[in-house]
Design a protein around this ligand. Structure first.
Ligand SMILES: Cc1cc2nc3c(=O)[nH]c(=O)nc-3n(C[C@H](O)[C@H](O)[C@H](O)COP(=O)(O)OP(=O)(O)OC[C@H]3O[C@@H](n4cnc5c(N)ncnc54)[C@H](O)[C@@H]3O)c2cc1C
Length: 335
């Protein structure tokens, strides 16, 4: 059995039967044709491995960035194994604006479309032109932004196409008329700045993230464990009467997104531990591995959080991360 400890950011010492490193399109095509149980992992920063995996794990390792341009746009293509933050840094250093709000998100470019990564008012789908994939028969296909049905932390790659495609590269389209996105509180201080550059926004995003989020190299974690729940206007108004300080983001469709971290904090759970798994003090949405956490510690803590939020607010929190058992993906309820 091979250890996956360095391939998941919770730093859990879970094992698999076989480990394959995928560096070329041929490697990906061969991996697609394997008919036994298999999982693809990029940076392992959005997964929880709950036990030893009775199958093959492929690690995406093809790296590279190519930049083209026309009169109005840059078209930037990154191979799947390229680190997302490296892509953002490369663009910002070349003066190409548009992706800076997504700086410092861990993981790979190939995983970015899967849950449509987002932060500080920007989501991957706002940058995406198209995505290149290999299907189960080993064919290369180009998929347009519209076909992916991107939503809040979701896309067809996570739902109806789950496990059908391996993403081999992503192509972004960035306008040459850059407009900064400064609608989130940590970026307000930049609003009146003259001649603002993408690099200044990038630096501020990194500063804000470092203040709030634990570095997985120091404290194992997978970022936000839960999605921010989106509720109806009727339900929100009821909550608002009871909790006038409740933070919220109004959505386009008369619904309201509520920060899950706030709900967890209101349950008094910041710093709460089960075994070596802990609710991070600076951001209650993150579960950290203090060092020796077992997968069961993390599962039990996640379940405790879900039931506490349900009892206090009648809201069902859903995991943002993907959870794997010995034979493949599972839900928390199955554990
Ligand atoms: C400290 C921290 C902060 C974070 N902050 C954010 C944030 O601000 N916003 C946000 O959206 N996310 C955030 N995340 C979550 C995570 O970084 C992203 O979801 C990231 O895109 C995951 O990339 P990965 O390569 O690690 O994916 P993995 O965890 O390796 O994989 C995630 C899923 O994608 C699938 N997958 C991976 N690569 C491919 C591929 N090439 N083709 C097809 N499927 C693939 C895997 O099978 C798996 O199901 C954070 C995580 C951490 C640890």
């Amino acid at each position: 059995m091979k250890s996956l400890k360095q391939f998941n950011t919770f730093n859990l010492d879970v094992k698999c039967k076989e480990l394959l490193f995928l560096a070329t399109e041929d490697d990906y095509a061969r991996f697609q044709k394997i008919s036994t149980n298999k999982i693809l992992i990029g940076g392992g920063s959005d997964i929880l491995l709950t036990e030893d995996y009775h199958g093959i794990v492929g690690i995406t390792q093809n790296k590279g960035i190519e930049i083209d341009e026309n009169s109005s746009h840059y078209i930037v293509t990154a191979l799947a194994g390229t680190r997302w933050h490296e892509l953002v840094t490369t663009m910002v250093n070349k003066g190409i604006g548009g992706s800076e709000n997504l700086a410092l998100i861990p993981g790979t470019c190939g995983a970015a479309p899967v849950q449509n990564i987002g932060a500080y008012g920007l989501e991957f789908n706002q940058l995406c032109d198209h995505i290149n994939v290999i299907d189960k028969e080993g064919n290369n296909i180009s998929i347009s932004n519209e076909q992916c049905d991107f939503g809040y932390r979701t896309s067809n790659f996570k739902t109806k196409w789950k496990n059908n495609y391996i993403i081999t590269s992503v192509s972004l389209k960035l306008s040459k008329s850059w407009q900064p996105l400064l609608d989130y509180a940590p970026l307000f201080s930049l609003k009146n700045k003259k001649n603002l550059t993408p690099k200044e926004v990038y630096d501020e995003v990194i500063r804000a993230r470092k203040n709030k989020l634990p570095d997985p190299a120091v404290l194992g974690n997978a970022g936000s464990f839960f999605k921010n729940p989106i509720v109806s206007a009727e339900f929100f108004n009821k909550l608002f009467k009871q909790y006038p300080n409740i933070p919220f983001y109004k959505q386009d469709n008369e619904r309201y997104k509520i920060p899950a971290g706030w709900l967890i904090d209101q349950c008094g759970l910041k710093g709460f531990c089960i075994g070596d798994a802990k609710v991070y003090e600076k951001q209650a949405l993150v579960i950290v591995n203090k060092g020796q956490a077992t997968p069961l510690d993390i599962v039990n803590l996640a379940k405790y959080i879900i039931s506490s939020v349900k009892v206090k607010f009648e809201i069902d929190l859903e995991p943002e991360i993907r959870i794997y058992g010995s034979n493949g993906e599972i839900s928390l309820g199955q554990l």
